[in-house]
Every structure is written in structure tokens, then in C-alpha cells.
Design a protein around this ligand. Structure first.
Ligand SMILES: Cc1cc2nc3c(=O)[nH]c(=O)nc-3n(C[C@H](O)[C@H](O)[C@H](O)COP(=O)(O)OP(=O)(O)OC[C@H]3O[C@@H](n4cnc5c(N)ncnc54)[C@H](O)[C@@H]3O)c2cc1C
Length: 404
């Protein structure tokens, strides 16, 4: 082989779309686009099989009815290894740790808007297992992970150099999460909102059935959520717990053993589920919000957490990302050029205002509820009961939460 041949770049492989990041958003979108016949390159900097390990991610996602459609179209929903748990009712209460909740409450019953549940709780790990299987078995997805990609853009294509190969795609989708380097490379600025809170995530077994009711209990340190999970033989009644509190307090809670930590959960949860027991590990996530100034650049679209990160107070972060994926997937299905400037403009116009509105709503909710100010507490309790007495407004809230 002469020197010229040695230095020659390998010939480029053509794919329809390159997706960087095989997290829940990028991975699901890759499966959906592949199911519709597109040729996909999917790159992740991390290996995917270790993400199935029980110690990798303790989150349980509340998947709204509207976002479930992506998981259906991607062939993931029917392949989840554990049964998703339907959310039939949502109860919103206000209180202080260790004290009964205020009697002024807000209750949403799914029957007010139809037969379908509000959404389902699925474990992050269950989604990961289904994703890994589907990605591996899709003949038109080329998965390169773990691998680092170098990316460049020309007028009509994105070029991805990865693992000694070169790929050309008409569109590059950045699904690489909050710290996206591609977003930075494209010069897209980001607004960040730091919260002085962290979230604690764990699972509990409890004595009494949850009846499909999700609880959002507002406490001065931050919201406490109990999300109903499908039971197992070992633990017939189970729930996921996500609660936020001030960062230094959460750091202290993280150091407690289970025997000291469990009463901390019990005093925030209240007695309605009977005795509780912690199952498995606990996780701590520092919280912040962020939003990209633009969702697109030539031949580039941002989806999921690379475009927006929000407070988990309403369990909507992944839902927004799945809706981004549905929106860009539908636009791609109706176009000959998946990276056409008009298509990208439509994508941004469809998704950015909706995501910004959700970011603002979760931010205001957190600021309004994470306080002990007596005047604000009275105002919000009255607000909860007022909304509770307004069936049409409640219906609107419910449909929004369901992503309809
Ligand atoms: C405590 C907590 C609870 C939550 N609960 C809910 C909930 O109930 N419901 C809900 O809808 N949302 C929830 N969320 C939000 C949700 O977890 C996120 O919105 C979601 O994980 C975002 O998915 P993503 O695929 O966009 O990004 P990520 O999950 O961040 O995935 C990004 C992927 O990109 C890869 N990557 C990163 N950089 C590169 C690179 N340079 N090259 C290649 N690959 C790269 C990473 O390895 C990763 O696999 C919660 C969040 C928190 C913190």
C-alpha cells in the first residue's frame, strides 16, 4: 500500500439520519424512524448494555398518554420487560413533613376525561432493556457505542467521523443530553436556572395498595411525589418516590443508612399506604433547568434534554423529549429531505414555545410551593380548592398533563 492510499479517508456511508445520543429520547426516535424504513446511524459515548444494570438509574418515568405513542410506534411499549402501572388518579396536597396534609386539596380522576389512564409509570431500567433489544435487532440501525463522534456540516449534509468510519446524513439529530457538545459546537447559547435543590429517588414496598393513585405533596423544601408501580411477587404493593429538598439536607439524607432514612420518607408520605420498606438503592440528582436559544442549525435539530431540561416537579422532562421526537418524526415522514431548512423551522416553531411554557410552569410551581411563607401557603391552598371546584379547568389541566 503506498502512502497516498494509507492517508486516504475511508469512503463515506450514506444514512438518512444520524442521531447522537442513545438515551431514552434518541434511542426511541432511532427505533421509530428505523421502523418507518429510514437508515439510521446511532452513536453513544457510553456502552448501552451496562445501562440495564439495576444500579445504573433509579428513576421511574411518568409517561403521559400522548408521549406513549412514540414508544408504541418505536415497537418499545409491547416489549417492556415489566408491566407499566397505569395512573388512574392524581392527588395534589400541601403540608409540612410530619404533619397531616392540608384538607384543602386537589384531586384528578381519569374518568373525568375518558376511560384511558392519565399515563403510566415505567422504570427507566425497563425502558432501557426494551431499547437495547430493539436497537440491536433493527437491521437499519448502525449502532456505534461506546464511541466518540466528530461532526461537521456542509450545506446539504452532516458528516460524522466515528470509530474509523465516515457517515453522511441529510440531518443530524442531537439527543446527547444537557451537556451537549454538539449544541456548543453549533454556537447555540443556553439559558440555565440553578435550583438549590436535589432530588432523591428510591422505591418503596408498602402494606396497603396504592389503587393507581399518584400523590404530589408540596412541602416547604420541595415537592414529594409517590408514583404507583406494578407490584411483584416479592413486593405486591410498590411505589416510586421522588422528592426534592434543599441540597445540603439531601446531602445529609444521602449519608443516612436505610433505618434512619425510611422514617424521613414516611414522614413526608403520610400514613395512607401503611408501613413502608425501602427496596434497593437510593439515588440523588442535583436539579437545574436549562433551555437552548434555538433548536436547530443548518442540518441539525436538538431533541430532548439537549434542547431543554426542566424541574422534575411535574414528571414532564422525558415527556417533552418524546414529544419533540414525535414532532420531528412526523415532519420527516412527510418530507423528501429530512434536514430541509423549512422542516427544521417548522420543528422549532412546533416545539420551542410548548417546551418553554412547561419550563416556566414547572419553575413557577416550584417557587410557589417550595416555601413556608404563611401568606403564600394560604393562597396556594385556596388555589388548590378553587381549581378542585372548577371541573372545566380541571379537565383542561388533565388533558395537558396527558399530552393531549
Ligand atoms: C430525579 C428526576 C426524575 C425525573 N422523572 C421524570 C418523570 O417522571 N417523567 C419524565 O418525563 N421525565 C422525568 N425526568 C426527566 C428525564 O429523566 C429526562 O428528561 C430524560 O432522561 C432525558 O432523556 P434524553 O434522552 O434527552 O437525555 P439523556 O437521558 O441525558 O441521554 C443522553 C444520551 O446521550 C449520550 N451522550 C452524551 N454526550 C454524548 C456525546 N458527546 N456523544 C455521544 N453520546 C453522548 C449519553 O451517554 C446518554 O446515553 C426526571 C429527571 C430527574 C433528574
Amino acid at each position: 500500500m503506498n502512502t497516498a492510499e494509507t492517508l486516504k479517508e475511508p469512503a463515506a456511508d450514506a444514512v438518512d439520519i444520524a442521531i447522537i445520543g442513545a438515551g431514552p429520547v434518541g434511542g426511541s426516535l432511532a427505533c421509530q424512524l428505523a421502523a418507518s424504513g429510514k437508515k439510521i446511524l446511532l452513536v453513544d459515548q457510553a456502552a448501552l448494555p451496562p445501562m440495564e444494570h439495576p444500579d445504573f438509574d433509579g428513576r421511574a418515568y411518568a409517561i403521559a398518554a400522548g408521549s406513549k405513542r412514540l414508544l408504541d410506534e418505536a415497537g418499545l411499549w409491547d416489549n417492556l420487560p415489566y408491566q407499566p402501572c397505569p395512573i388512574l388518579d392524581i392527588k395534589v396536597t400541601d403540608g409540612k413533613p410530619g404533619y397531616p396534609a392540608s384538607p384543602l386539596q386537589l384531586q384528578f380522576d381519569h374518568r373525568a376525561v375518558g376511560d384511558a389512564p392519565f399515563g403510566w409509570i415505567i422504570e427507566a431500567r425497563a425502558l432501557r432493556i426494551a431499547l437495547n433489544r430493539q436497537i440491536q435487532s433493527a437491521p437499519n440501525i448502525t449502532l456505534l457505542a461506546p464511541a466518540e463522534a466528530r461532526i461537521s456540516f456542509t450545506g446539504d449534509a452532516a458528516t460524522v467521523s466515528v470509530a474509523g468510519r465516515i457517515f453522511k446524513a441529510r440531518l443530524l439529530i442531537d439527543a446527547s443530553g444537557r451537556n451537549s457538545r454538539i449544541r456548543a459546537q453549533a454556537g447555540i447559547p443556553v439559558t440555565r436556572i440553578p435550583y438549590r435543590q436535589s432530588a432523591v429517588v428510591c422505591a418503596i414496598a408498602h402494606e396497603k395498595p396504592h389503587g393507581g393513585v399518584a400523590l404530589e405533596h408540596f412541602l416547604p423544601g420541595g415537592p414529594f411525589a409517590q408514583l404507583p408501580m406494578s407490584g411483584s411477587d416479592a413486593h405486591p404493593h410498590m411505589s416510586a418516590i421522588v422528592f426534592t429538598d434543599q441540597r445540603d439536607l439531601v446531602a445529609r439524607l444521602a449519608l443516612m443508612d436505610d433505618a434512619r432514612f425510611t422514617p424521613e420518607v414516611a414522614k413526608r408520605l403520610g400514613p395512607h399506604l401503611g408501613a413502608i420498606r425501602l427496596i434497593g438503592k437510593r439515588w440523588t440528582y442535583p436539579l437545574s433547568a436549562m433551555h437552548a436559544a434555538r433548536y436547530t442549525a443548518p442540518r441539525l435539530a436538538l431533541v430532548g434534554d439537549s434542547a431543554h431540561g426542566i424541574h422534575p416537579i411535574a414528571g414532564q422532562g422525558l415527556n417533552l423529549g418524546l414529544r419533540d421526537a414525535l414532532a420531528i418524526g412526523a415532519l420527516i415522514a412527510g418530507s423528501d429531505d429530512p434536514g430541509a431548512p423549512k422542516l427544521l423551522a417548522k420543528y422549532q416553531a412546533q416545539r420551542r414555545p410548548a417546551n418553554l411554557a412547561m419550563l416556566a410552569a414547572t419553575d413557577v410551581l416550584d417557587r410557589l410551593f417550595s416555601t413556608n411563607n404563611p401568606a403564600l401557603r394560604l393562597m396556594r391552598d385556596l388555589g388548590l380548592t378553587t381549581v378542585n371546584r372548577m371541573p372545566r379547568l380541571k379537565r383542561r389541566f388533565m388533558l395537558t398533563a396527558m399530552g393531549e
